[in-house]
Design a protein around this ligand. Structure first.
Ligand SMILES: [Zn+2]
Length: 491
């Protein structure tokens, strides 16, 4: 198998570099239905009542929605980093040094403005500034939202889906189950602690037609947050609008200087506890009255958790990137990939029961399911206890060496325990091959050592055709085609 998979894998890499060659499909006419990727059926099980879903693992539809949400996060960070309006809003400016040089047309030296060599670096500060505002907004939201959770029979439900920046902070916080638990019990937020992650609402808020998935708050949630919590429903948008105000009322340099401080602390000292950074600090002595009112418009309130919360999101960013590179949510085989991931996760959890003192490191697919599970804090706590008899914390601050040692150990124990390879390639082609092999197996038939060698050429071709089509749809999406490619049904 190794050879065959590797060949496919490499072939697909070549293909993706040759984007033009992929445009061999025809654009859908306005009357024709476009291919929907991901397929709506993938999400049809989102509404199952909690009574019908086990605690011990998340559902396929939840994992799929999680993939959508991670794409939303990816797109948001990209928009923040690329936005010149946000540069303006945060008072991030180029320092133009002027030098005097001779040129052939003038007898005297002429002034030349040099580009700011630190410009790219400076612009990156937008992300930590955005995160620190988002973190403060999350804290404000959490303290007030506990009371908006309704509890009917077995179901508890959040009245209004939160704004995107708040979802992002909440998401990353939930992936540190122990500190989330502590936070909720310190502030007596019992309903929030019990709340299952609002997957159906999240899915409904996401438009997957664009290449970066877009998240739009329903109008009733928008007006609720604006009127009741005095929270802007779209932080990015409100900051962009800030940039259009006159310079005196923009968020000024003082905030930028603070961001440098925040940035310096972000990503560093990951294991230690962070000295509290209050948003009070955000408004340092030099802040003018108009800044104060702007900041209060955005509603950050003093919160000792700000840096920790922002740090959580920052650590998640690399997982978001990894998921974006795999792009399972646009794969023809997403359903198979996720079901395999879920059963591998169940095996993974069982390892904690078998070897209670060992630390296990998840592969990418297992990690996705693990995260999805953790996002419903109480379900996760109960489920993990059911399987392992104890609370399993998730620590994403472990150093690289410890991780790679742990990965080797996990792979070794996995092989012994389940007789399978632990790590592997999860690209579309490899996943497709796993899919067709799975079908074969279900169809019965003797398996022998030579099983992998029997992957028929027709099957490989089927996989390649699927991948090729899905990939060209994705390419068309990124090129901004008005109508996505369709394939004519083959005879
Ligand atoms: Zn592969």
């Amino acid at each position: 198998m190794a050879f065959c998979l590797k060949a496919l894998h490499n072939a697909s890499k070549l293909e993706i570099q040759d984007l033009e060659a992929l445009a061999g499909y025809r654009q859908a006419t306005p009357q024709e239905e476009e291919a929907q990727i991901p397929k709506p059926e993938l999400f049809s099980f989102l509404q199952l009542s909690p009574r019908n879903t086990p605690n011990t693992r998340p559902s396929l539809a939840q994992c799929a929605t999680h993939l959508e949400l991670l794409e939303v996060f990816f797109g948001l960070r990209l928009r923040i980093l690329q936005s010149p309006e946000l540069d303006t809003a945060f008072g991030i400016m180029q320092d133009h040094e002027t030098v005097y040089r001779y040129d052939s047309a003038h007898p005297q030296r002429q002034p030349v403005q040099l580009a700011d060599p630190n410009w790219d670096e400076k612009r990156r500060a937008k992300w930590p500034i955005f995160l620190s505002i988002a973190a403060a907004r999350f804290d404000m939201w959490a303290r007030n939202s506990n009371e908006t959770v309704t509890e009917t029979d077995a179901r508890s439900r959040l009245q209004h889906l939160p704004p995107l920046d708040i979802v992002m902070v909440w998401h990353a916080f939930l992936l540190n189950p122990k500190s989330y638990q502590e936070y909720c019990s310190n502030l007596n937020l019992k309903k929030l602690q019990k709340l299952p992650f609002p997957w159906p609402d999240v899915h409904n808020a996401i438009n997957s037609r664009e290449w970066t998935f877009r998240y739009t708050l329903p109008p009733d949630a928008s007006s609720f947050y604006r009127q009741t919590f005095n929270l802007e429903p779209d932080l990015f948008q409100s900051l962009v609008e800030t940039s259009k105000l006159d310079p005196g009322s923009r968020i000024p340099q003082s905030l930028f200087r603070l961001a440098i401080k925040v940035a310096a602390r972000l990503g560093t000292n990951a294991r230690g506890t962070h000295p509290p950074l209050n948003t009070v600090e955000l408004v340092d002595g030099s802040a003018s009255g108009s800044t104060l009112s702007l900041l209060s418009l955005l509603r950050p309130i003093p919160c000792p958790f700000t840096i920790t919360l922002a740090n959580n999101v920052e650590r998640q960013a690399s997982f978001v990137d990894k998921m974006h590179r795999q792009l399972w949510i646009r794969s023809p085989f997403v359903s198979g990939t996720l079901s395999r991931a879920i059963s591998r996760y169940e095996k993974f959890l069982s390892l904690f029961q078998l070897y209670p003192t060992t630390m296990f490191v998840p592969t990418l697919d297992i990690d996705l399911v693990w995260h999805t599970h953790q996002l419903s804090a109480e379900v996760y706590e109960k489920g993990a206890r059911e399987v392992t008899g104890k609370f399993i914390n998730h620590d994403d601050t472990i150093t690289k060496t410890t991780l790679s040692d742990g990965m080797e150990r996990t792979a070794g124990m996995w092989r012994v325990r389940f007789g399978e390879d632990y790590e592997g390639c999860f690209c579309w082609d490899c996943e497709g091959v796993k899919d067709v092999l799975g079908e074969e197996e279900e169809g019965g038939g003797e398996k022998d050592d030579d099983h992998w060698g029997n992957v028929g050429e027709d099957l490989i071709e089927r996989v390649q055709k699927e991948v090729e089509y899905y990939r060209s749809v994705e390419v068309a999406r990124r090129k901004g085609w008005e109508r996505l490619p369709v394939r004519d049904s083959e005879g």
